[in-house]
Design a binder for this molecule. Sequence first.
Ligand SMILES: Nc1ncnc2c1ncn2[C@@H]1O[C@H](COP(=O)(O)OP(=O)(O)O)[C@@H](O)[C@H]1O
Ligand SMILES: [Mg+2]
Length: 323
Amino acid sequence: MTTADALMEIAYGLDPVAWLSHIKWDSFDWQRDVLHDSSTRICINGARQAGKSTIISAKACHMAKYRPGSLTVILAPTQRQSQEDMLKIRSFYGPDSTYPKRVKANDMELVLDNGSRVLVLTATDEAARGFSSPDLIIFDEASRIPDIVFDAVRPMITDNDRAVIVEISTPNGRKGFFNSHFHSNLWSRYEVRTPWDIVTTATMPTLVKTIYEGTEGVKLYFSPRHYSIKDQIEVITNGEDGQGMSSRMYRQEYCCEFVEAEAQVFSNELIASLFSNPENVSVKPFDLIGKDLAAKVPQGETPAVSFPDVNDFLRRQGCANGC
Ligand SMILES: Nc1ncnc2c1ncn2[C@@H]1O[C@H](COP(=O)(O)OP(=O)(O)O)[C@@H](O)[C@H]1O
Ligand SMILES: [Mg+2]
């Protein structure tokens, strides 16, 4: 290795984004910001297919190469998801000709000759107790991982100041550790959502510009992978399985909202107000349906999507001069 190569390796070690560019992989803005984030507690609430598993796999792969002897653990709710994460890790080290030699590389474990290990495990209580002193713990699809798993790794984290925790997920209701961490300013928080909103009128396109305000302290992004109008209309009208997607699911899976459970009759706000201000609780019709905007749509009509650029939408539909 030449001196110049050695210097470049030092630069890649300090900057995961530079390392990714070196292996010819371009990150989205939000992915870049996550990789540059030096916090030890990072919580990312992202739309389905935004590139969440990809970026945490890149982070794990970088850590294993550039911090010799490190232990990274990725916990995912199912075996299929954890195997997907390992495949993504391979896709990052594959093109890197100077990546350390693999002493072991299977679906669950990557061991390098620099002493680093990456474990990719299905998130069970037992699996979470099977390792110690991690440098990086990643909870992929964290909202689907039971609290008991987080509780099992908590002592390893509290004993180790340097341990970095990354939680990344679509939301799954207002429960669990992912929900509480996303609402806590002790965490460095990101939200990566589709630019398309559901609105309450049946006509499409509706002339509503998407205005988005997030929770204070959360870094907000519109997901570059979700800019295609066609895909979004198809999600609403057909759903990925041809069955259609409810607006509640759309808001959860693509708009990053912590919506209440489908079968929940009273909203969380209403329940909270019963405790905080019991004298002044008034039950309005919408309290009974939580915040599901679809329920405000007149019966028999379909919720529509709002388009940030209506003219562009019309042009694409061949209606440039009015339809
Ligand atoms: N920076 C990027 N540039 C191009 N494609 C990307 C980028 N990040 C992720 N992807 C692609 O987006 C798709 C969804 O990524 P994935 O990480 O599985 O999403 P998620 O875990 O959020 O559902 C994959 O095909 C992946 O290769
Ligand atoms: Mg994923």
